[in-house]
Design a protein around this ligand. Structure first.
Ligand code: NVA
Length: 323
């Protein structure tokens, strides 16, 4: 793995190895990133991604440098150019001093271009299509909560967005059952549905979807939601939110699972919009653990990309791993 732009090119084994390495490094905080410098370039706001990752890198002995996105990128208008020169020259210069680039961008094309030009790893800190770092933290949270070899069913309620896409990609590769419900206007397109169904059948699980929450929620062990309005969509916020009537995760919607299900949200949450206070603050809410794990899984990602660290599987469990 040279870059981490999404989870598409990763095998189930590679995803699981990153998660296991993350948990191991979080125990030891072995200084595997000493003298390593990671450049943060953020075109959009961030709390959890910046702070969680920066603390992770510091704990492993590395350093974070923040740059103004205007210095590196041309605000998504022309993904081939940075502020004053060809992007390839900017990236080549950065690689003389830094060991990785961690970028949050408006357009995935910006990341793809950077990765194509870069001799150092480029890591996606969120784009309009994917949020792989969130997915890794969420899968670790699910494994810790339900134990690694139990496969709970997760239903995502709301917008067919970047968070849901990466989460589905990771979970389906690892053989978890995934369901989705949301309004038709903000639904997956046919090729996305075909891709999720392909991943499900390849990995012996299922992907079920419906505009009707009552069709997919029964039996779900986890209910996940995200904002109905992602960063960059602020101008259409009111119009978009109107389509999500009936998809708020409240106690009534949670009761449709028919069991005491866990609740997840990547945050930032809009209390009273996509989720109620009762559910956010309820005893089954995993939001704190999800936030903590943003730090934990950053350790595994940067240690494996920059320092070629691998998980040291204890000998006595070596034969029991099933992926
Ligand atoms: N879907 C949201 C996720 C924020 C972490 C967004 O892209 O703004």
């Amino acid at each position: 793995m040279k870059h981490l732009l999404n989870l598409k090119s990763l095998t189930a084994h590679e995803i699981q190895s990153i998660l296991d390495l993350s948990a191991e490094l979080n125990e030891t905080n072995e200084k595997v990133l000493v003298d390593k410098h990671i450049l943060f370039v953020f075109e959009k706001p961030s709390l959890r991604t910046v702070l969680g990752t920066e603390v992770a890198i510091n704990q492993l002995g590395g350093h974070v440098i923040h740059t103004q996105p205007e210095i590196m990128l041309s605000k998504g208008k022309n993904v081939e150019y940075s502020c004053r020169e060809a992007l390839q020259d900017t990236i080549m210069n950065v690689a003389q001093w830094c060991d990785a680039i961690f970028a949050r961008v408006f357009s995935h094309d910006t990341l793809s271009n950077m990765a194509a030009m870069s001799s150092i790893p480029v890591v996606n800190a969120l784009c309009e299509k994917y949020h792989p770092m969130q997915a890794l933290a969420d899968i670790l949270t699910i494994q810790q909560t339900f134990s690694k070899y139990e496969k709970p069913t997760l239903t995502f309620v709301g917008d067919a967005n970047n968070v849901a896409y990466s989460l589905f990609e990771g979970l389906l590769k690892l053989g978890y059952a995934v369901r989705f419900t949301g309004p038709k206007k903000y639904y997956w397109n046919d090729s996305q549905i075909a891709y999720f169904e392909h991943l499900a059948s390849k990995n012996g699980t299922e992907f079920i979807h419906s505009v009707n929450p009552e069709k997919v929620l029964p039996g779900s062990d986890i209910v996940y939601t995200d904002t109905f309005v992602s960063m960059g969509e602020e101008l259409v916020a009111a119009e978009k939110i109107a389509h999500f009537h009936g998809y708020q995760v409240n106690e009534q919607l949670m009761s449709l699972t028919g069991k005491s299900s866990a609740f997840m949200h990547c945050q930032p949450a809009h209390r009273g919009v996509e989720v109620t206070n009762e559910v956010m603050d309820g005893t089954n809410s995993l939001i704190k653990q999800q936030a903590y794990n943003r730090m934990v899984t950053s350790k595994g990602v940067f240690a494996s990309l920059i320092s070629n660290q691998i998980y040291h599987q204890p000998a006595e469990t070596a034969v029991s791993i099933e992926l």
